[in-house]
Design a protein around this ligand. Structure first.
Ligand code: AMP
Ligand code: GLY
Length: 419
């Protein structure tokens, strides 16, 4: 089998690596990928995720059995619909099913209609109306750009002033372009956050181990929101009954709702949840795997990944199994300055060859293919599995201390919430 993974980050590295380890898979292409992936035997294809026609031609010319779409922007742009129209098999939701992620307003309407627990909200496109609402509600309050904003379109405002500033930037200053032409203003929810992922085909779904991301840039959840600086799975201090409740009140009804709306879902569904005093509530839905959560979830998959996805694509019952031992934890190493301005071209340490996996995100080889340089905000991630969170932290942080991370930074407290 020959497979194609679309995307370029650590998430796609983890997906592609796991697929290549599957039985009967000869070659896994990644478009466009990043150079560090070559070290794991993956084949890069120099086509951008926005060039759907070129990707389709590539898949046809190279007899790709099926493709796996990583990033949200490709899904929002309808890449799955186009692959389907071209007669190609592809794992990911259609543009209409993916609207759950690309429009927060649509997601909220779905949750209201199908009685799925989430924060109360109102959507505005008029600044004065938004201002009046915020002044009436008071703080803390949450302001979100309606569209995709690379995880940066959310402001948890501690004061009315901060909330007004955020709305001003989105509605009047056009900070997020069209994504910020409407804002969702919602109730602040207090509780512990976790992520719940499922492989989905219509009304059938297969839950993955719970995961916890660390979205802020610096230790102690300080600094700006990022794509995610580290994660671990499973979140053992969340009881099975919390997961069962989330499945029953959130995952099942949203998938049934999508079917009722004529938008059946195929792909990975990602529920970003918060455990409030009234039980789990939805912060957001994403229509794809999380990054960096994928990198700590997929190493725990004990079944044949390519077989599982192939079965889902054919409407068969997949036999998906997970390791139930220990915990898998990963720490992202990012360029100094990320998620704002950062330099590229920092020399990266050699790949580890012990029981730590290196997933690459923003990397580039210099011509001779012996020297790997940083080429993005999040650069690489070290992942390991150990009996306890402490043991996993020790392995990873010892390794990081021995690496030359000049020009780069990482959080030193990934997993501390589980201690
Ligand atoms: P999102 O991009 O929607 O996941 O939001 C980014 C982060 O903002 C989340 O991970 C939460 O930490 C925070 N957040 C979003 N919505 C709320 C809310 N209603 N109450 C409290 N925190 C929130
Ligand atoms: N880890 C957060 C995300 O993938 O959106």
């Amino acid at each position: 089998m020959k497979l194609l993974v679309i995307g370029s980050g650590g998430r796609e590295h983890a997906i592609a690596k796991k697929l290549l380890e599957s039985k009967g898979v000869e070659q896994v292409f990644v478009a466009p990928g990043n150079d560090g992936m070559i070290l794991d035997g993956l084949t890069l294809v120099n086509i951008d995720i926005s060039e759907h026609c070129k990707l389709i031609d590539f898949a046809k010319e190279n007899d790709i059995d099926w493709s796996f779409i990583g990033p949200d922007d490709a899904l929002a742009a309808g890449i799955v619909d186009e692959f389907n129209r071209a007669g190609l098999k592809v794992f990911g939701p259609t543009r209409l099913a993916a609207e759950l992620e690309w429009s927060k307003d649509f997601a909220k309407k779905m949750m209201m209609k199908y009685h799925i627990p989430t924060a109360a909200y109102v959507t505005f496109s008029d600044f004065e109306e938004a201002k009046a609402y915020i002044e009436e509600q008071g703080a803390p309050i949450v302001v979100k750009a309606d569209g995709l904003a690379l995880g940066k379109g959310v402001v948890v405002a501690e004061t009315v002033g901060q909330a007004l500033e955020a709305v001003y930037q989105m509605l009047l200053d056009n900070k997020f372009g069209d994504s910020g032409a409407r804002v969702v203003i919602e109730e602040f929810l207090d509780g512990e956050e976790f992520s719940l992922f499922a492989f989905v085909n219509g009304d059938k779904f297969y839950i993955m181990p719970t995961a916890q991301d660390h979205k802020r840039a610096y230790d102690g959840d300080q600094g700006p929101n990022t794509g995610g600086m580290g994660a671990y799975a499973p979140v053992l201090h969340l009881s099975q009954s919390v997961v069962d409740t989330a499945v029953k009140t959130i995952i099942k009804p949203i998938l049934e709702g999508l079917i009722a709306e004529g938008r059946p879902y195929l792909g990975v569904l990602y529920a970003g949840l918060i455990l409030t005093a009234d039980g789990p509530k939805v912060i957001e839905f994403n229509s794809r795997f999380g990054d960096p959560e994928t990198q700590i979830i997929l190493p725990r998959l004990t079944s044949d990944f390519a077989q599982n996805i192939g079965d889902l694509l054919e409407g068969k019952e997949p036999n998906i199994t997970w390791s139930n031992g220990g915990v898998t934890l990963g720490v992202v190493v990012a360029s100094n300055g990320y998620p704002l301005e950062y330099a590229k071209g920092v020399l990266l340490p050699a790949k580890t060859d012990n029981d730590i996996i290196t997933y690459y995100a923003g990397t580039k080889f210099v011509e001779n293919r012996t020297t790997l340089l940083s080429n993005g905000g999040r650069v690489y991630m070290l992942v390991t599995t150990a009996d306890t969170v402490q043991a996993a932290q020790e392995n990873i942080y010892k390794q990081l201390e021995n690496q030359n991370t000049e020009g780069l930074f990482y959080r030193t407290d990934i997993g501390n919430k589980a201690l």
